[in-house]
Design a protein around this ligand. Structure first.
Ligand SMILES: [Fe+2]
Length: 463
């Protein structure tokens, strides 16, 4: 099959000529102004002379399918209209024709690589300047979706809590995500999942929205760069948490403030990406990979009541997915054919923790299996053979089995706050920062809890 690249669908409101003009203005040198230009001008391999654009961090791979993958690129300097992407099977000599990007913002280019073969590794390059002497700004690889029967590994992180301001202290520590990222890259998983609280806005109040979209944009840029090289080599899937600026008790404008920036700078699957469909806001969706179904859920945006710990705790049983998402979950599970079935969510749709406030805040994992709407979700998991609900929120590692279903929490990868038994109610847990590696085989699924230094904390098997 011949690889091809098609342009993303965008709103079309940005004319290429206008982008070129503004891009030239942007090319006046953001990195010179900040003093952060790479010594070689960011030429990377190949190319002649200084390139007319430099990238901010690695490309962000997203929404991989059996036949393609999304690539999002942020520019530190220059215009997105100067960029091209090309792809080839790993080890091949001939590249696809270079393709122009969809321009998502003045600093943002996006491609959807398509026409690829399933379960195969591909190389891609981001270039700038005219052929044949175009400068290579980045070269990476990715794997397309595995067919049924193929074993694979994926990585789990949660609660990275990356903020907009690097000098503010009461938020996630980027050094933790950096070290976890290096560990994950060494393990070479097919993809990574962040289980939510990707960002953090403590600087602006407790579970209050950020003051404007530029704050969210900067936090997502910090998040991308903190990952380092990994997100250019392993596609990213996101889950909405309570610190991602999209809580259901915010006004529509406040939600849009952060959602708009996520759709730009941390994109995910669209409803048309996978057969299971999902939300146009890319906040719930489902995909299959090998013999596994992954269903990503959003417990925050469709819960209308505030949950702000002691300030305004709310109720442990008024969390909800909303009728549309719950119906979609039921349909998705009813039509599932994969052997392995996982739900990914920031926390169960109810709480049962160590104290009343933390209970109302949605803590406690499997302790909440029968609380509020989680009882409905738990019944669906039993009915349709879901093996695990994988969640975040409580910033520790733990695993609890309820009616044969694992409630699995793979720690946190940035949060400075580790919650103890008084808050969570857990009697067995690990407080290290770290991540989870999951090896999906034909007969079993092995889950590994790993510290930020790669130390094994706990392993278990799902059968
Ligand atoms: Fe968190």
């Amino acid at each position: 099959m011949t690889p091809s690249i098609r342009r993303s669908v965008v709103d079309g409101s940005v004319l290429p000529s206008a982008v070129a003009l503004i891009g030239a203005l942007l090319g006046l040198g953001a990195c010179e102004a900040s003093g952060s230009c790479p010594p070689d001008g960011g030429t990377g391999a190949g190319g002649a002379g200084a390139p007319d654009a430099t990238l901010l961090g690695a490309p962000f791979l997203f929404a991989p399918t059996s036949h393609g993958c999304g690539v999002s690129v942020v520019l530190e300097r220059g215009s997105p209209v100067t960029l091209r992407a090309r792809v080839r099977p790993n080890g091949a000599t001939a590249w696809s024709d270079p393709q122009a990007p969809a321009v998502r913002a003045l600093d943002l280019a996006e491609w959807k690589l398509d026409g690829l073969s399933a379960g195969a590794r591909y190389q891609y390059e981001i270039t700038t300047g005219p052929e044949p002497s175009a400068a290579v700004l980045y070269e990476g690889t990715f794997l397309t979706g595995r067919p049924s029967g193929a074993p694979f590994s994926f990585a789990l992180v949660s609660d990275t809590h990356i903020g907009a301001s690097p000098t503010y202290s009461n938020q996630g520590d980027p050094a933790i995500l950096s070290s976890v990222s290096a560990q994950i890259q060494a393990a070479s998983p097919d993809f990574v999942v962040n289980l939510g609280d990707v960002l953090d806005f403590h600087e602006y109040g407790f579970n209050d929205p950020p003051p404007d979209s530029s704050v969210t944009r900067q936090a997502y840029l910090n998040y991308r760069t903190t990952w380092g090289d990994l997100i250019g080599r392993a596609p990213h899937f996101g889950v909405i948490g309570g610190w991602d600026g999209e809580n259901g008790f915010y006004t529509a404008d406040e939600i849009t403030r952060s959602r708009s920036q996520r759709l730009l700078y941390a994109p995910g699957p669209e409803p048309s990406t996978y057969p299971a469909g999902g939300s146009p806001f890319q906040d719930y969706y489902a995909f299959t990979w090998g013999d596994a179904l992954f269903v990503v859920l959003n417990v925050y945006t469709y819960t209308p009541t505030p949950h702000k710990l002691d300030q305004n705790p709310g109720l442990p049983d008024d969390w909800t997915l909303g009728a549309a998402q719950l119906d979609w979950l039921r349909q998705t599970l009813a039509s599932a054919t994969s052997k392995w079935r996982f739900l990914l969510i920031h926390h169960p749709v109810g709480g049962a923790a160590g104290d009343p406030s933390d209970t109302a805040y949605g803590r406690g994992g499997g302790q909440a299996a029968y609380v509020g709407e989680q009882a409905t979700v738990h019944a669906l998991m039993r009915q349709y053979g879901v093996q695990a609900m994988i969640y975040g929120h409580d910033h520790v590692f733990t695993d609890m089995v309820v009616d044969g279903i694992h409630y699995t929490l793979p720690g946190s990868a940035g949060a400075p706050w580790m919650f103890g038994q008084d808050q969570t109610g857990y009697t067995t847990f690990w407080s290290d920062s770290g991540w989870g590696r999951v090896d999906v085989g034909a007969d079993s699924v092995a889950v590994h809890f790993l510290s930020r230094t790669g130390q094994s904390l706990y392993d278990f098997t799902i059968q």
